[in-house]
Design a binder for this molecule. Structure first.
Ligand SMILES: Cc1ncc(COP(=O)(O)O)c(C=O)c1O
Length: 451
């Protein structure tokens, strides 16, 4: 019970936290060539620190009131049946697959069922399929969108195909006209991995609202961060939300929030499975589950971050646009991202694929040498990864584009922490590499293009 004196002290502490933010978390001046240009990072204001300290003073620790508020806010954001907070995007993916394999749902996925996925991506889009005894069917990706090639999906479907699990890689929405059409025609579950894509739309509909389930990551590289964290968007009602929550919370049948008992009013009156009648409902498990919950401290940060999502996405789009315009003169040597009129991406990064005339290694080293961070498109062609070479999977046809992406593609940052000065420096550094005239100097450097 918080006394008036404690309340006043807390208000004073939080005021000091606000002041501390101003003193301790300002941006250092950018020094071209010396400062880093990160590919991603946390962007936060005093509100995140205030919420975090507020939550720490409560010392509730496990998911509580901030968790409830954040889940409600995210349900509203997506207009979803439910939003289930998890401790990472990877566990959100695992939770999505486990939910669809639960015997509680009407027509669960079963071991041996095939799931269409993309050969290029982050490994934990696919790992839950492997652990669930499902068979990933790897479809080639496309240079330019770095997503699954929508034209190759239908021919890969067999009578064993039960689901599609795809990521909107780098925040670029997949072709949801084709994908939802196929899912409907073949009666397939659809899971959208939106870990890189929060805030993006396709035909003005939010990504994450097309499938049965969708997942998010709140790791610092993503559109908003909770430090570690993720979540499952449940777009269908019925048993799905209850099953997902049960699996996230140890598999329990009981749905009481932490610290609460007897929500059902018959805690000692249930008779389920082979248990004796009246066995404590708190310890009845109707699913094979785990504990995938984050702490309330993380949710507290999330409550401040989600308020910024509109600005963050806007800034990512502006940064993308400046980079796109600045790199357009090199489009004979670099393949720039494909812009689909139906899609409004929430860019995760700015992908670039080199053509034969350019050495990716030279370009990447030139950028990194200048302090500009670069990243590969995650695991590249996952089929080539050591851990994925011996799994039970199907590859209906060759995956040359995925191989090309693995070989020739990298991405740089567009995140809201980048300033105009940093982006101008990134473009100057590209120009230097290509021996193009520098803005304002007109000087020409040795061309690094291999002819
Ligand atoms: C497409 C995709 N899915 C899943 C994940 C995993 O998210 P987390 O790092 O929160 O586990 C990532 C991570 O960046 C990702 O890019």
């Amino acid at each position: 019970m918080e006394t008036d004196k404690a309340k006043r002290l807390k208000a004073e502490i939080l005021e000091k936290v606000r002041a501390y933010y101003g003193l301790a978390h300002g941006s250092p001046p950018f020094v071209p060539g010396r400062s880093k240009v990160p590919y991603a990072g946390r962007v936060f204001g005093p509100e995140e620190l205030v919420n975090l300290v507020d939550s720490s003073l409560d010392f509730w620790l496990t998911l509580g009131s901030y968790g409830d508020q954040f889940e409600k806010r995210m349900r509203g954001f997506f207009g979803a049946s439910d939003f289930v907070l998890t401790n990472s995007g990877s566990t959100a993916n695992l939770l999505a697959v486990m939910t669809l394999t639960s015997p509680q749902i009407k027509d669960p996925l079963r071991p041996g069922d095939e799931v269409i996925t993309c050969a290029v991506g982050f490994p934990t889009t696919v790992a839950p399929l492997v652990h669930g005894g499902l068979v990933p069917v790897f479809i080639d990706a496309e240079v330019g969108t770095y997503n699954i090639n929508p034209g190759l999906i239908e021919e890969a479907i067999t009578d064993k195909t039960r689901a599609i699990m795809i990521a909107h890689t780098l925040g670029i929405p997949c072709d949801m006209d084709v994908i939802t059409g196929i899912a409907k025609r073949h009666n397939l579950y659809l899971i959208e991995d939106c870990c890189d894509a929060l805030g993006g739309t396709f035909r003005e509909q939010k990504v994450g609202t097309f499938g049965n389930l969708a997942t998010l990551s709140f790791y610092p590289a993503h559109q908003i961060t909770l430090g570690e964290g993720g979540g499952l968007v449940v777009n269908r009602g019925g048993i799905l939300p209850k099953t997902a929550r049960s699996i996230r919370d140890w598999g329990r049948d009981c749905w009481c929030p932490t610290g609460v008992s007897n929500t059902c009013g018959k805690r000692f009156d249930w008779e389920l499975g082979g248990l004796p009648k009246g066995y404590d409902h708190k310890y009845i498990y109707s699913n094979i589950g785990y504990n995938f919950k984050p702490t309330d401290l993380q949710a507290a940060i999330g409550m401040a971050q989600i308020e910024r999502i509109g600005d963050f996405v806007e800034k990512r789009r502006r940064n993308f646009e400046t980079l796109y315009q600045g790199l357009a003169p090199f489009s004979d040597r670099l393949i720039l991202p494909v812009r689909d009129k139906r899609a409004n991406p929430s860019w995760f990064g700015f992908p670039v694929t080199v053509t034969n005339s350019v050495s990716k290694n030279d370009l990447v080293q030139h950028l990194e040498g200048a302090g500009i961070e670069t990243r590969s498109i995650f695991g590249g062609n996952l089929i080539r990864q050591p851990a994925y070479q011996k799994i039970r999977a199907r590859v209906p046809r060759e995956t040359p584009e995925a191989d090309r992406i693995m070989r020739d593609t990298f991405f740089i940052g567009v995140y809201p922490g980048l300033t105009e000065e940093m982006i101008a420096y990134v473009l100057e550094t590209f120009r230097r590499f290509f021996g193009a005239p520098q803005r304002g100097t007109g000087c020409q450097e040795k061309q690094k293009v291999i002819s």
